[in-house]
Design a binder for this molecule. Structure first.
Ligand SMILES: [Zn+2]
Ligand SMILES: [Zn+2]
Length: 262
């Protein structure tokens, strides 16, 4: 196993769920071969912690952004603050940002405004983006058609859509990240879609502490559990685990601009 390296493209290591044992969680990730973790920000309030964790570990990088759940009270000064956090060399993307019409904690129009504002910021900083889309695919696509051409890349995180939607995002130059949902018994439609997608366009993620893969479902998720999703992807594509690890590792490094990193 020691020559197989995995990249977790999306984990929230600074959620309260990891407050008491974050260093052990990270240690277990390394031991499982998960040797690169993108630590995803969700608010201005947690940007300092996300960045602090990324500074503490060579193999952890951070992102900063305001999740659609948190845009209700956002003001333009928040974008300036975000921009300051994003100048750190340990911050590799703006995210997670996007639209969530399932919970809809802020009105759709408000979500759309700040999604676009943060996409504009990513363009001006020449940073890739990490996108959250829940039950808002049509609006997400319409907005990305405007902004994606001016971005250096981006990730549709926790992708769970149709083949046509997957193609539309890939055609915009984005990559799709697959979570533990891929392992769930009711995810046959997603597995059928994934069978047809090229490994070159795919990442894997835990979204820890959420969405634990099937064998750990209902428990707190952590980066070490990425291997269940990786194995499911390998089975679907008819390749070995090492091939999935290699492709998703390379894709993660490419999209986040880490190809030259040690
Ligand atoms: Zn999300
Ligand atoms: Zn997330």
């Amino acid at each position: 196993m020691s020559d197989i390296r995995f990249a977790d493209s999306h984990a929230h290591l600074d959620m309260p769920e990891f407050q008491t044992d974050q260093s052990q969680v990270i240690q277990r990730a390394w031991e499982a071969g998960v040797e690169l973790i993108i630590n995803i920000g969700i608010s201005l309030a947690n940007a300092a912690e996300v960045l602090n964790t990324a500074q503490k570990y060579d193999q952890i990088y951070g992102t900063v952004g305001i999740h659609p759940h948190g845009v209700g009270q956002l003001q333009e000064t928040g974008i300036a603050e975000l921009s300051r956090w994003a100048t750190s060399p340990r911050v590799v993307a703006i995210g997670e940002i996007g639209l969530d019409y399932y919970r809809q904690r802020a009105p759709a129009e408000v979500q759309k405004h700040w999604f676009q504002r943060q996409l504009g910021l990513a363009q001006s900083l020449n940073k890739p983006v990490v996108i959250h889309n829940r039950e808002a695919t049509a609006d997400t696509l319409a907005i990305l058609r405007k902004y994606a051409p001016g971005l250096p890349g981006g990730v549709m995180h926790c992708f769970g859509g149709s083949y046509a939607e997957a193609r539309a995002f890939l055609d915009l130059g984005l990559v799709l990240s697959l979570s533990g949902v891929l392992t769930y018994p009711n995810a046959d439609p997603l597995r059928e879609v994934v069978k047809k997608l090229p490994l070159e366009g795919l990442l894997i993620e835990t979204d820890a502490p959420y969405l634990a893969p099937q064998p750990r479902r209902g428990k707190r998720n952590e980066p070490a559990y990425l291997l269940y999703t990786a194995q499911t992807l390998a089975d679907l594509k008819g390749v070995d685990l090492a091939t999935v690890a290699q492709h998703t590792w390379n894709n993660t490094r490419r999209v986040f601009g880490l190809e030259a990193a040690p």
